[in-house]
Design a binder for this molecule. Structure first.
Ligand code: GMT
Length: 372
């Protein structure tokens, strides 16, 4: 099939899932066209059947805010016509589902009947989409998609609770390509970051308030008092400075490394023993799944879709939102004994088979076909 994929090209999970999906579809022989304002950060190759089309904005002094949706929907029409796209698969409802609806209407006037699949990822529903500023248009564009998917049952329930949805929402979990997280001893230069007796805890996110990065620091501060350890903070965003200041305030600067945004997630995770994700809410928690694929034990909150990904006392532990002491206690439980740590690491890796590319890719292909 000829498939257009629309997403944010940034480090966030929705862009990562969209990019990995597009590359996997192209590897399977589909014609895939990415349409977004920058080349997606995880897009690591372009080929005869995998393309990137940049949405270019035209600055104009009258505009206080650039009308990205207009430029995006126009680009969708151009690429759909030029490459005979059959499906537009948009990731993250805002503003992609709305722009896709407009493109579908413009193409209908040209006698082209393109199908729109909208995948809901989380904050497009729970934090932003349900805000009165956007809710009417988000609800309309979801209801006018040909197919709608969500990345967890929890997010489906949130969507039905927050919006008047008339469409059936299909749950298609996020996935990972497990092979990308297989690293051997030589590749995993753990000694570069920590002494042999030290454990390594890691956090990866966009450092937005929903990720509660200061809780990550508080958890680590408790753990490092009991276990010789280091903390890797990966990513960047509005709360990074607050986290850095808390590290200084607690006097643990020499034990915490802020690495900024990185495309070396698999390598960083291969160093890691425990992954900390104390989010206010996570529709799925893709970073937690990536951690498990790299044999890292997940210590997280029990919010949103996380219990569908992180299995308590098997792949890691779940705690109530804000309960940093309980999360620290669980981390210490796992880290203090090598046999326990290896048992949890193995279970975490094993569990990711349920979210493999082989399992999930055919589900999206089935949904594309169900549009016709
Ligand atoms: O809301 C964000 O943090 C951005 C968004 C994204 O684009 O990264 O994350 C959401 O989508 C991911 C991929 O489906 C999910 O794994 C995240 O749990 C989800 N974030 C939230 O729900 C807070």
């Amino acid at each position: 099939m000829n498939i257009g994929i629309v997403c944010y090209p940034t480090f966030g999970g929705s862009g990562v899932v969209a990019t990995e999906l597009g590359m996997a579809l192209a590897n399977k022989g589909h014609e895939v066209h990415f349409i977004t304002y920058n080349q997606p950060v995880r897009l690591d190759f372009i080929s005869y059947n995998l393309h990137f089309h940049e949405v270019v904005m035209e600055e104009y002094p009258l505009f206080q805010y650039q009308p990205y949706e207009l430029a995006l929907s126009s680009k969708m029409v151009e690429i759909a016509e030029k490459h005979q796209l059959e499906v537009l698969h948009v990731h993250y409802a805002i503003p992609h589902a709305y722009a896709a609806y407009m493109a579908k209407k413009m193409l209908q006037e040209k006698g082209i009947n393109i199908k729109v699949v909208t995948t809901l990822h989380g904050t497009d529903i729970t934090l932003v989409g349900s805000h009165p500023t956007y809710k009417t248009a988000v609800e309309f564009s979801i209801n006018h998609s040909d197919e709608v998917t969500s990345v967890s049952n929890s997010l489906k329930e949130d969507t039905l609770r927050l919006f008047n949805i008339k469409k059936d929402i299909k749950v298609v979990y996020n996935f990972i390509d497990g092979e990308k997280y297989e690293t051997n001893e030589e590749e995993c230069q753990r000694g570069a970051l920590a002494k042999p007796e030290e454990r390594i805890l890691t956090h990866i996110s966009n450092f937005r308030p929903v990720k509660r990065t200061q809780d990550v620091v508080k958890i680590f501060n408790e753990v490092q008092k009991a276990i010789p350890s280091k903390l890797l903070m990966v990513g960047d965003g509005p709360d990074r400075l607050k986290a850095e200041n808390l590290v200084k305030q607690l006097g643990i600067e020499e034990k915490v490394l802020f690495l900024g945004n990185s495309n070396e997630v698999a390598k960083i995770l291969c160093y890691s023993d425990v992954f900390l994700l104390p989010s206010q809410t996570e529709s799925f928690g893709l970073a937690a799944l990536e951690a498990m694929a790299a044999k890292t034990v997940v210590i997280s909150t029990n919010t949103g879709g996380l219990p569908e990904v992180n299995i308590h006392n098997e792949t890691g532990f779940l705690s109530d939102l804000g309960d940093v002491h309980d999360m620290a206690k669980n981390a210490i439980k796992v880290l203090k004994d090598e046999e326990t740590l290896q048992k949890f690491k193995q279970s975490a890796k094993e569990h990711t088979k349920l979210f493999s590319l082989e399992e999930v890719l055919p589900e999206y292909e089935k949904i594309y076909k169900a549009c016709f």
